[in-house]
Ligand binder design. Structure first.
Ligand code: OXD
Length: 307
């Protein structure tokens, strides 16, 4: 039996399970069931104490890419395999979001919106794609797919990862020095990093100050990676041109946060890449089969790295 914990659109998820594995018994908080019969939980934004309800838990499926809400919890032993989604339709959506943010500065749409508010007709010199160097922080499963996809649009794409990898068409930087180098040569810096103690507060004045003047920041990872005051200062002193922020320290973003009204900030409500029920459930079901066959599931979170 699998317990499903997700909002909104719970029915779509139930339908997707019924479609991909009709013989799997899926229950939710609305059902009557014996908690000791639950072998798996598939969840997003798991509530406090959720996992403690199930004494015979064999695995947990995070219905998203980031698992920060699933690790270091009192109700979930690190012995229970935790499996996250690797793409499930998210990469394409991330690419769309990044293209929107990139085009906003490349084609000066932010400046034109401002000019329109002043009834001003004034043309800016446009930049071509090869003049927009995209730097991706985080080349995990999602980051690699996003990076490869962005190269197909003609943008020079670089990426940073802790460990070495080869990625066709993408210049890969590693290590602390590599991080500085990547930032120094990024016109648009994009965070796809996992939320770990090492990435929290990483995007501070010291690092963001190394971006070329006029660069943009796109954060589609986790809000805690950005030091908000540092980012605001760099936008206010014109070192940075634009920030597209989808994630925040506190969500929903408090109504009095300066990001809301800042002319150089675009705020979106953690929507850059929604998890789509169909591909996500397909991945969960494929991994359930692997677990039942004694094989390692794809997207198994490693205890040492936490992602
Ligand atoms: C995710 C997210 O991690 O949506 O999947 O934030």
């Amino acid at each position: 039996m699998l317990y499903l914990h997700i909002e909104p659109d719970q029915q779509q998820w139930l339908d997707a399970f019924a479609h991909h594995q009709p013989d799997l018994k899926v229950v939710t908080a609305e059902d009557d069931f014996a908690a000791d019969q639950v072998r798996w939980v598939a969840a997003w934004n798991p509530s406090e104490g959720l996992f403690a309800r199930f004494p015979n838990l064999e695995a947990v499926f995070a219905l998203g890419a980031g698992v920060d809400a699933f690790v270091r919890r009192d109700d979930l032993s690190s012995e229970v395999p935790l499996i996250r989604l690797l793409d499930a339709g998210m990469a394409d959506q991330m690419v769309e979001y990044i293209l929107w943010a990139t085009l906003t500065v490349q084609r000066d749409f932010d400046l034109y919106a401002d000019l329109q508010r002043q009834n001003k007709w004034q043309e800016h010199t446009a930049r071509s794609r090869d003049q927009m160097r995209l730097g991706i922080l985080g080349l995990g499963a999602l980051g690699q797919q996003v990076a490869k996809s962005l190269t197909t649009y003609g943008y020079p794409v670089s990426g940073w990862k802790r460990s070495e990898i080869e990625l066709e068409g993408v210049k890969v930087f590693t290590g602390d020095q590599g991080l500085q180098q990547l930032v120094q040569q990024s016109d648009v810096l994009i965070s796809l990093l996992p939320n770990t103690p090492q990435t929290r507060g990483l995007l501070d004045a010291k690092l963001l100050g190394k971006l070329p003047k006029g660069a943009a920041l796109v954060n589609v990872a986790r809000g805690v990676q950005v030091v908000d005051d540092d980012l605001l200062k760099l936008l206010d002193n014109d070192h940075l041109r634009f920030a597209a922020l989808d994630v925040f320290h506190e969500e929903p973003l408090p109504t009095d946060h300066p990001f809301w009204q800042h002319p150089k900030v675009a705020v979106t409500p953690h929507m850059a890449a929604a998890t789509l029920p169909e591909p996500a459930v397909k991945q969960v079901v494929a991994n359930l089969k692997k677990l039942e066959a004694g094989q390692e599931p794809e997207g198994l979170v490693k205890a040492e790295s936490g992602y």
